[in-house]
Ligand binder design. Structure first.
Ligand code: HEC
Length: 162
């Protein structure tokens, strides 16, 4: 009896192990597609955006206009970096907004590509946070879409190029 229980446990853990290794994408690859608080955990703990490699157009601190800025720094995740022409599902762009001296982090904006999320608005999910991670806005934020739609020809981004 004891042996058969052990055997069942062994088989179960084997199945679990193989299921995890087959279906789980590379560590930190596909981000959660849930709410802004979960995404905050993801971009600060699971796959910290500050470690995302910058590309030419996103490197360094730049001047920006309201509602962003006055100085910003843009971080695309790996999915965003390898996307061509338009963002692939799971692409995230994080933007830090600093004060005019570039020393105090004021807020953080984020956009994430989701399949069939908002077909008439580029399928982008939007979020903005206080510097400590408190969620200010999230979801299909009309205000974000209304302005970013002017860049619909480049998948709704101003600084990041696809
Ligand atoms: C009035 C226009 C306007 C509104 C409203 C706006 N944005 Fe932006 N956004 C811009 C511009 C312009 C840039 C490029 C930086 C700059 O010059 O300010 C930008 C850049 C960004 C970026 C960096 C990616 C890129 O290259 O475009 C993110 C992320 C972003 N905005 C998120 C948001 C979110 C989230 C909201 C809503 C809470 C929002 N934006 C509302 C105009 C706007």
């Amino acid at each position: 009896m004891k042996q058969s229980i052990l055997f069942v446990c062994f088989i179960c853990s084997l199945c679990l192990f193989s299921a995890c290794s087959v279906f789980r994408p590379a560590q930190g690859e596909m981000p959660p597609m849930t709410d802004a608080a979960t995404l905050w955990q993801y971009i600060t703990v699971t796959n910290p955006y500050t470690e995302w490699r910058l590309t030419d157009e996103t490197e360094g601190i730049k001047e920006a206009d309201p509602p962003h800025g006055p100085l910003v720094r843009v971080y695309p995740n790996r999915i965003a970096r390898v996307s061509e022409y338009t963002a692939n599902e799971g692409a995230i762009i994080v933007m830090e907004n600093y004060d005019k001296d570039g020393t105090t982090l004021l807020t953080i904006d984020l956009m994430q590509k989701r399949n069939n999320y908002a077909p008439s608005a580029g399928n982008w999910y939007w979020a903005s946070y206080e510097a400590n991670g408190t969620v200010i806005k999230e979801g299909k934020v009309k205000q974000c879409v209304e302005c970013h739609v002017s860049m619909a020809f480049d998948d709704y981004t101003f600084i990041h190029k696809w």
